[in-house]
Design a binder for this molecule. Structure first.
Ligand code: IPE
Ligand code: IPE
Ligand code: MG
Length: 265
């Protein structure tokens, strides 16, 4: 197994706190899929007496760094919660700022994604976004479609319940057409109708800025996901915080309702 330290050459200073934390991560037991609720941009700005938009800009920067960190670590799937269907309730000005940051990200970062062999995917009712943004999303997804090192899944105009509604509508249509008996409806079948049909469930869900709630993010998929909530606000979330979450995750015992290793003879 290639040394993790090596993969971070030029990205992390040797001897720094980050480098020390990195040493504590077992590369062979990394989560396969990490999902992040990037929260706290507004509070970050408020603390600095700056407009919320400034927090979102700093948040976008943090996201770029974390994407690169996940790719270097060798995490195969990273899902980021970027904009929920509920976020349309925010002031128009803030929504516009978020959309323009998204476009900026797409314009600037597609090259980075290509360089790091990262595939971009979008989940959510993203047909509900502006035509110009949809266009750029299509392009970014097409241009990175064959990349294999990591999948970056961005949840846009996403709601866990809306996802289930969409899934059940399609499932109902097809079940009727094919005259499926009720027993044909299984967990595996339902999962096939979700946006995440071909993705494994997240192993680890990180939420920043301390809120102990899921906020309508990946509801079905997190049935057995390990949760990690940190007080750190998203714009302050650095590779070191990410490493800390991974170290914490690796110390846990996943039981899936069973007895776990402690009960073994
Ligand atoms: C998360 O930060 C970013 C998005 C919702 C896009 P918030 O804007 O929710 O920040 P807080 O929760 O108000 O601090
Ligand atoms: C979490 O969402 C952050 C996102 C990236 C969407 P919110 O900030 O909208 O969630 P609540 O309102 O605190 O539950
Ligand atoms: Mg919030």
């Amino acid at each position: 197994m290639e040394d993790l330290q090596k993969r971070f050459e030029g990205f992390i200073k040797p001897g720094s706190r980050e480098a020390l934390l990195l040493r504590q991560i077992h590369p062979e037991r990394l989560p396969h899929h990490v999902a992040i609720i990037m929260d706290g941009n507004g509070r970050w700005a408020l603390r600095r007496q700056k407009p919320r938009v400034v927090g979102h800009r700093a948040g976008a920067k943090a996201a770029r760094r974390i994407v690169e960190t996940a790719a270097r670590l060798g995490i195969p799937i990273l899902t980021l919660y970027a904009f929920s269907t509920e976020n349309w309730k925010r002031p128009q000005e803030e929504i516009e700022a978020l959309m323009s940051l998204l476009r900026e990200f797409l314009r600037k970062e597609v090259e980075t994604l290509k360089r790091h062999d990262i595939r971009l995917r979008v989940i959510g009712r993203w047909e509900g976004l502006d035509a110009a943004i949809r266009e750029e999303l299509y392009r970014a997804m097409a241009e990175t479609a064959t990349n294999t090192r990591m999948q970056l899944v961005v949840a846009l105009n996403y709601s866990g319940r809306a996802e289930l509604v969409d899934a059940f509508r399609r499932l109902y249509g097809e079940a009727r057409e094919q005259q499926l008996p009720p027993e044909a409806i299984t967990e595996a079948l339902i999962a096939r109708y979700l946006y995440t049909a071909d993705l494994p469930d997240p192993d680890l869900l990180i939420r920043t800025s301390g809120e102990m709630r899921v906020s309508n993010f990946l509801l079905w998929q997190i049935a057995y996901t390990e949760l990690y909530v940190t007080e750190t606000l998203w714009p302050d979330f650095r590779p070191a915080h990410f490493f800390q979450a991974l170290i914490d995750y690796q110390r846990r015992e996943r039981r899936y309702g069973g007895l776990g290793a402690a009960a073994l003879p």
